[in-house]
Design a protein around this ligand. Structure first.
Ligand code: ADP
Length: 241
């Protein structure tokens, strides 16, 4: 029998520890992200989900161990509330900003990037909103514009911080549909911090459980077992070493 070839590994954390001021909040983190995988990061408040994201993204250097990936091909979609609602840019300009990470702070947006922004807006279904103020978009539309901005870096790995928070169920499901289709068509690896687990279930079963100072790979369906759910969510919060 021919064995199916496994998709390539796009990011690997080996025995990594992440934390602040030299104190590890998460330790022994061994994570492998392969092309075409969508992971939900799940755990109680304060358990270290954002810390894990920042560590894998390279914003927080590991206190021990290592994270290996091609940093030029990593994208980040912040919570849409993280942007000032008065952000005085059109949606098109916001998306063009996605090229700035590549150009450097003083780089100019080039024609190629303008074209890239148009294509990215088309891909997320916002082609007709390019000249609307970003602030005038609905919550779900803002989230899709932020995804378009991240696509400008042509990422292989995409991290998203609570992409469905505050969105109504229809908008949340449109965002998750978009993410799933990007995973499929581009072979992206996506890691998203999520609270709306029921909305995610049709899209993925892959989970990274963050609890008690550890990151454990598992399946969202494990949470159907009340004992398992209690174990993960029993509210221990941050790990006390
Ligand atoms: P979650 O995303 O699961 O809610 P976080 O990763 O945001 O958890 O936070 C985990 C713990 O790390 C919390 O106790 C939080 O107070 C602490 N923490 C977060 N950011 C910092 C920081 N910059 N400096 C020190 N402690 C922090």
């Amino acid at each position: 029998m021919v064995e199916l070839q496994q998709a390539p590994v796009l990011l690997r954390a080996r025995s990594a520890s992440f934390g602040y001021a030299g104190r590890a909040l998460l330790s022994g983190v061994d994570v492998e992200l392969r092309a075409g995988e969508l992971f939900a990061v799940v755990g109680p408040n304060g358990s270290g989900k954002t810390t894990l994201l920042r560590g894998l993204l390279g914003l927080l250097p590991p206190l021990a161990g290592a994270v290996e990936c091609d940093r030029r091909r990593v994208g980040y979609v912040p919570q849409r509330e993280a942007l000032d609602p008065l952000y005085p840019l059109t949606t098109g300009e916001l998306v063009e900003q996605g090229a700035i990470a590549r150009l450097g702070r003083f780089g100019h947006v080039r024609r190629r990037d303008r074209r890239g922004a148009v294509l990215a807006l088309e891909r997320v279904g916002l082609a007709d909103r390019a000249s609307s103020p970003f602030a005038a978009l609905s919550g779900g539309q803002r989230q899709r514009a932020l995804i378009a901005r991240a696509l400008l870096m042509d990422p292989l790995v995409l991290f998203m911080d609570e992409p469905t928070s505050g969105a109504d169920p229809v908008a949340a499901s449109a965002v998750l549909e978009l993410v799933t289709s990007l995973v499929r068509e581009r072979g992206l690896a996506v890691v998203l911090v999520a609270h709306h687990l029921a909305a995610l279930r049709p899209h993925t079963d892959r989970a990274l459980f963050v609890h008690c100072g550890r990151v454990e790979r598992g399946a969202l369906s494990e949470l159907d077992d009340p004992h398992r759910a209690l174990h993960i969510f029993r509210g221990e919060g941050a790990h006390s070493p």
